[in-house]
Design a protein around this ligand. Structure first.
Ligand SMILES: Cc1cc2nc3c(=O)[nH]c(=O)nc-3n(C[C@H](O)[C@H](O)[C@H](O)COP(=O)(O)O)c2cc1C
Length: 453
């Protein structure tokens, strides 16, 4: 059965250069982020297992999904097939099965025994809040109207031994569920599980009509074992997670949270966020605490397959000839399409710019452009775009406060679409510089290169 520790064992055995164990004690302020930063400067992004974090009771593992290669390894497919694997999982979800055999409930702390200080929550960046953060916790909540279970990853700022502030972006499903509880005048039961196999995290950030536990099953190709919470009945968490925090959120109680360095590479100030009151902390007897070093590679790689999956589906609904999609910089995405009509790029922009925060700037190119190479993308803009005709401004769309350029308190933002595709019927004779291919094939340059006496 797949869980975090089985994955760690597999990487240790089969990809040893992807795994570094640090036995000496590390500081919970900045040190783990500094170690990963230095490794990333050397183009390395291994899993880091810290045996001892000062002041904490549990070992810490970070950067588990820190490279697409490792994500592909976890899904047993080549890197190029990760998105396709994701699409297959979403097309054939496998429902979870409920069990009573739950290692994550071996230790159960309730009431005065709860102490979040035992967890190696961390501080990462110079300008972050002084309070430590939990960054790899998956929230489990149930919509009171539909009864559907939603999973999503949310940063938790630990305030004291039994409470934490939860950052929930406007428009996320958890925000909708919280608003439904507010309308009903009820507090919201919630659980967070920590310690996930990569497939659990990839599935948790799925955004669409399915329940995420089914997507996780599809990714694992087996049902995920889940267990009912100890204090929040009706909520279920993976039985083989490492740690679970159960509790409630009062929709009307907000507290100051942040600043916190985000995936964009910046923190954007203090916000008012809901307060999570912990009613139980359960864990394995030898639990490993999982972390994502915020704002580094892993923060992006975990979300990429889900983003690519949902964006391709939306883009293809607007123009079936869409071939590929990529996020090439924060808030900047590229779509490649086999253009069959001049209005197709604009149709794709209309579909994506109104729905996806990663598409604040969307560039549409022809399918023969390598969209992962920014130079090729800029070349296409340079050669094919007439700004007055091909640049489309969308003045008022929903964005995110995590965008440093956003000044609207309600996260409204303007957006831009750039059509960088070639005209289907150019009005001038436009031809590439190309020697005839038969001549190219027949030329032998060995005699040209031969050294003369
Ligand atoms: C490491 C990590 C941290 C995240 N932190 C937050 C967060 O603090 N708040 C938030 O709203 N979304 C956060 N996200 C993004 C959401 O988990 C993601 O968009 C998810 O799909 C939302 O779920 P939903 O589609 O059910 O609304 C994070 C994602 C990752 C991978």
């Amino acid at each position: 059965m797949s869980d975090l520790r089985s994955f760690l064992d597999l990487v240790r055995a089969q990809r040893p250069s992807d795994f570094i164990e640090i036995k000496r004690e590390v500081d919970r302020r900045f040190e783990t982020a500094a170690i990963l930063s230095k490794l990333e400067m050397q183009q390395r992004s291994p899993i880091l297992l810290f045996g001892s974090v000062r002041g904490a009771a549990l070992p810490l593992v970070t950067n588990v999904c820190g490279s697409m290669g490792r994500i592909a390894f976890a899904l047993s497919c080549p890197i190029k097939d990760v998105s396709a694997r994701y699409a297959v999982a979403a097309a054939a979800p496998i429902q979870p099965k409920v069990t009573r055999d739950a290692p994550v409930q071996e230790i159960r702390a309730t009431g005065r025994d709860i102490d979040l200080g035992r967890l190696p929550a961390l501080v990462y960046h110079e300008y972050d809040a002084d309070k430590p953060y939990i960054t790899a916790a998956v929230a489990v909540a149930r919509d009171p109207d539909s009864g559907r279970t939603n999973l999503s990853v949310h940063r938790l700022m630990v305030r004291d031994s039994t409470s934490a502030a939860v950052f929930i972006e406007r428009g996320k499903h958890l925000d909708g569920i919280l608003q439904a509880f507010r309308r009903a005048g009820r507090i919201m039961p919630i659980a967070f599980f920590i310690g996930s196999h990569p497939a659990w995290l990839l599935g948790a950030v799925y955004s669409g009509p399915l329940e995420e536990y089914g997507v996780i099953g599809g990714l694992l190709r087996e049902p995920l074992s889940i267990v009912e919470c100890v204090t929040q009945t009706g909520l279920f968490v993976p039985a083989r997670a490492e740690v679970v925090l159960e509790g409630v959120i009062d929709p009307d109680q907000l507290v100051e949270e942040g600043p916190f360095g985000e995936w964009s590479g910046y923190s954007t100030g203090i916000v008012r966020s809901p307060l999570f009151q912990v009613s139980a902390m359960t864990m394995r007897r030898d639990a490993i605490f999982q972390d994502v070093v915020s704002g580094h590679m892993e923060h992006l790689t975990v979300e990429l397959p889900a983003i690519e999956h949902r964006t391709l589906a939306r883009a293809r609904a607007a123009a079936p000839s869409v071939a590929a999609f990529a996020v090439i910089a924060p808030f900047t995405s590229v779509v490649a399409l086999e253009k069959t009509a001049e209005d197709e790029p604009k149709r794709v922009m209309d579909a994506l710019l109104s729905t996806d925060i990663q598409a604040k700037h969307l560039i549409v190119v022809d399918a023969d452009v390598d969209i992962r190479d920014p130079r090729r993308v800029f070349r296409a803009i340079g050669l094919n775009t007439q700004p007055v005709r091909d640049v489309h401004i969308y003045p008022d769309e929903s964005g995110t406060l995590l965008d440093p350029s956003c000044t609207s308190p309600t996260a409204r933002t303007s957006k831009m679409g750039i059509d960088a595709t070639r005209r289907l019927a150019p009005t001038r004779q436009i031809k590439p510089n190309q020697v005839p291919s038969d001549v190219l094939a027949s030329v032998d340059i060995s005699d040209v290169l031969k050294r003369r006496p």
